[in-house]
Write a protein that binds this ligand. Structure first.
Ligand SMILES: [Zn+2]
Length: 466
C-alpha cells in the first residue's frame, strides 16, 4: 500500500533525521521543570527555544504567550485555501523533575542516544512528540510541493502541564479567537506498544470531594454514651461501604444517567488488543482484578465511570486502645466520568445520596475540588478516520483503538474551544514517563513525523467541517 507520496515523506524524514535529533537534544538540555520555581528561567528559555524552532520551520507567526505562571508558545501557519480545515496541535514544553540520583544511568538533562533510543527527561513526555511536528510539516511540504500546509495549522504548547495546567483554561479563554479551530490534535499520549500502533479516542473525566462528618462536640466515653448516640467514624465507614452494590456498580442514584455505553464494535476492537492481564496486574501492584460486573479490565478502566474511596479517617489513631465515640471523621472520594455524564449532576447526586443516608446528629460538609469533563470522539468521526489512515501509512500496518483512563488538559481544549479532540502520539509504555531513564524510540519518533506529514494532506482531502 506504499505510494509515491509515502516514499517521499519517508525519504525526507530519513534524510533530515539526524539534524532533527540534534535539535531535539538541544531542547532536552534545557531543564524546563515547571514544578520547581528555581527552574522558572529554564522554562522560559525552553519557550523561547521552541518559538525560534517553529519560526525556523517556517511558521510565519510564532509568539510566546504569558500566563500567571509559565509561558506558552503559539504558532500559526495559514493554508492558501481559505476553505481548508483549521487544526490546532497541543503539546507541552515543561517536564517532570529529574535528578541523577533518582536512578538515572545518565544525566537526565544531557541526552544520550543508545541502541535506537534517545534518553533524557522530556524525550517522550513531551518534547519529542511536540518536535516531530516540525519535521512532519517540512516532510509534508517537500512531498506535496506545497509552500504552505494543506490545512490552517496552529500550535499551542503550554509550560505547566506537569504542574496540572493551572492557568491553561484561562489562557485558552483569553486567546479563544486566535485558537479557534475545527479540531485539536493532542500529541502528548502513547500507543499500545511498539508492535501495536493505536489511536486513543478519549479520556475519562474526574470529579473529587472531601466529606467531613461531625458527631458529638468532642470525643466522648464509649461506655457512658456509646450505643446511644451516632458515631461519625461508623457513618463514614457505612457511606464507604454503600458506595458500590454487590455487582460493584456505583450505588449513588442517578450516577449512571446519560452514560454512553460501549458499542459492540468498540468492545470487539478492545478485545483484539494483545492484553496480558497478569502482566498488567504487576504494573498495578495488585494481586487480583475486581470491578463492575459484566465488563473486562480494559473496559472498566477506559470506558466505565467509577467511584473510589481515596481515604477514610477519623477517631483515635494512636497506639493501643482508646474507648471513645470520636467527634469527627472524614472521607475522600473521587469519581471517574465517561462521555455523556455531567459532572455537576454527578456532584448533586452524591450530595443528595450522602444527605439521605446520614442519621440525625451527624452534621456534614461536602467540598468538591473541581471537575474535568470526559472527552470521546466517535470511531466514525471523519477527522479520527484521517488520523487512523495517517498512522497506518506511517506504520504500514493496521491501527487499533484505545482510550485513556486518566484525565488531562484535553478536556479544557474540548470545553473552551468546543471542537473534537484527537490524539496523535507515538510513545510506548516502556518510555518511562515521569520515571528515571525516560526515553523515546527513535524509529517511532520518525513514524510520528511521517504520520503528521500524512495527516495534513488527508484531512484537507477528506474532511470538510461545516
Ligand atoms: Zn505530557
Amino acid at each position: 500500500m506504499s505510494t509515491t507520496s509515502d516514499d517521499a515523506v519517508r525519504a525526507y524524514v530519513a534524510a533530515h533525521y539526524e539534524a532533527f535529533l540534534d535539535d531535539l537534544a538541544d531542547w532536552l538540555r534545557l531543564p524546563s521543570v515547571s514544578a520547581d520555581p528555581d527552574h522558572a528561567p529554564d522554562v522560559r528559555r525552553s519557550a523561547e527555544w521552541l518559538a525560534a524552532a517553529l519560526s525556523a520551520t517556517g511558521f510565519p507567526t510564532t509568539e510566546v504567550w504569558e500566563t500567571q505562571g509559565a509561558p506558552a508558545v503559539f504558532a500559526e501557519w495559514p493554508c492558501d485555501d481559505p476553505a481548508a480545515p483549521t487544526v490546532l496541535v497541543y503539546g507541552h514544553h515543561d517536564v517532570q523533575p529529574a535528578h541523577r540520583d533518582d536512578g538515572w544511568r545518565t544525566d537526565p538533562f544531557e541526552p544520550v542516544v543508545d541502541a535506537g533510543r534517545l534518553y533524557g527527561r522530556g524525550a517522550a513526555d513531551d518534547k519529542g512528540q511536540v518536535l516531530f511536528h516540525t519535521l512532519g510539516i517540512r516532510a509534508h511540504l517537500a512531498a506535496t510541493g506545497r509552500r504552505a500546509p494543506a490545512v490552517h495549522l496552529k500550535m499551542i504548547v503550554e509550560g505547566e502541564e506537569e504542574s496540572g495546567s493551572p492557568h491553561f483554561p484561562e489562557l485558552l479563554r483569553a486567546h479563544a479567537d486566535r485558537l479557534a479551530c475545527d479540531a485539536v490534535i493532542v500529541s502528548d499520549t502513547g500507543m499500545w506498544s511498539e508492535d501495536t500502533p493505536t489511536v486513543c479516542t478519549g479520556m475519562r473525566g474526574l470529579t473529587d470531594c472531601q466529606i467531613d462528618l461531625r458527631g458529638p462536640d468532642q470525643d466522648i466515653h464509649s461506655g457512658s454514651f456509646g450505643g446511644a448516640v451516632p458515631n461519625p467514624a461508623t457513618e463514614a465507614a457505612r457511606l464507604a461501604a454503600a458506595l458500590h452494590d454487590e455487582d460493584r456498580r456505583v450505588a449513588v442514584p442517578g450516577f449512571y444517567e446519560g452514560v454512553e455505553e460501549l458499542t459492540a464494535e468498540e468492545r470487539a476492537l478492545f478485545a483484539e488488543l494483545p492484553f496480558d492481564e497478569n502482566r498488567w496486574l504487576r504494573t498495578a501492584h495488585s494481586h487480583a482484578t475486581l470491578g463492575e460486573a459484566g465488563y473486562t479490565t480494559l473496559e472498566r478502566i477506559w470506558a466505565r465511570p467509577t467511584a473510589e474511596v481515596n481515604g477514610v479517617s477519623g477517631g483515635y489513631q494512636g497506639p493501643g486502645g482508646k474507648t471513645v465515640v470520636p467527634s469527627a471523621a472524614q472521607l475522600k472520594l473521587s469519581f471517574r466520568l465517561v462521555a455523556g455524564q455531567d459532572a455537576e449532576k454527578v456532584q448533586q447526586a452524591v450530595r443528595d445520596w450522602v444527605a439521605a443516608r446520614l442519621p440525625a446528629g451527624i452534621r456534614h460538609e461536602i467540598t468538591f475540588w473541581g471537575a474535568t469533563r470526559p472527552c470521546l470522539t466517535p470511531l466514525d468521526h471523519p477527522a479520527l478516520q484521517s488520523v487512523v489512515r495517517a498512522m497506518e501509512r506511517a506504520f504500514g500496518q493496521r491501527v487499533r483503538f484505545t482510550r485513556e483512563g486518566g484525565s488531562g488538559p484535553a478536556a479544557d481544549l474540548q470545553d473552551v474551544l468546543g471542537v473534537p479532540v484527537l490524539f496523535l502520539g507515538i510513545s510506548v509504555p516502556s518510555d518511562g514517563w515521569h520515571a528515571p531513564n525516560e526515553k523515546v524510540e527513535l524509529d517511532l519518533l520518525a513514524k510520528g513525523a511521517e504520520a503528521a506529514a500524512h495527516l495534513w494532506s488527508d484531512l484537507a482531502a477528506t474532511w470538510h467541517p461545516g
